[in-house]
Design a protein around this ligand. Sequence first.
Ligand code: DX5
Ligand code: ZN
Length: 218
Amino acid sequence: MEISTSILSVNKEEATKTFYNIEAAKTDYFHIDVMDGKFVKNNTTDFMLESTETIKHISNTPIDVHLMVEDVRDFLDIYIPMQPCFITFHYESIYNKEKIKEVINEIKAEGIKAGISIKPNTHIDEIIALLPYVNLVLVMTVEPGLGGQKIIPDTLKKIKELNEYRKKEDLDFYIEADGGINLETIEEIKSSGADIAVVGTAIINSNSMKDTINELKK
Ligand code: DX5
Ligand code: ZN
């Protein structure tokens, strides 16, 4: 199980110090939650941009960008030059399958892995046709927009279904789960078939990030 630490709940006053600590705690990825104040109420665009620049400056740990935005292309122009490992956008922000495939190819053409994310109420049937093209599916296990929420148990079924489908069709996309994941919920995330778990508050608020990440990875 790989861990992608979400920086959404980092205290801005001590952001750089916290990024050093997350790096030292050996997270597998930094998870960058870009919110435009339109797709979700919260707006994190400035903090996420400066944080990504800081993280790139102080660390070689791969960056996992999660775009919760309406104008996906605008944010590709900002984040593609940062050369993250993943850029994931929401199915619900485009809906048009052909356009989604174009965006996926645009990201992959830059040597960046392309992910599609689905909100809790979106069923995997809506993205089945896209699965042969994506490198990652991000299953939201909470409603996007906030850290520190409780996991929505129903979303675990979607992770299981995706895992089954992936095996049946011999596809090789990563399954990433995001929201409300902690030491209590990580087991069922793992057993459902997720490869990467996004964890925010459970790591940021813990008294030992290293121990927490080690526990989560077990
Ligand atoms: C929510 C974000 C998640 C969130 C995870 O919209 O996509 O990445 O920050 O934070 P926790 O682990 O606190 O739920
Ligand atoms: Zn996220």
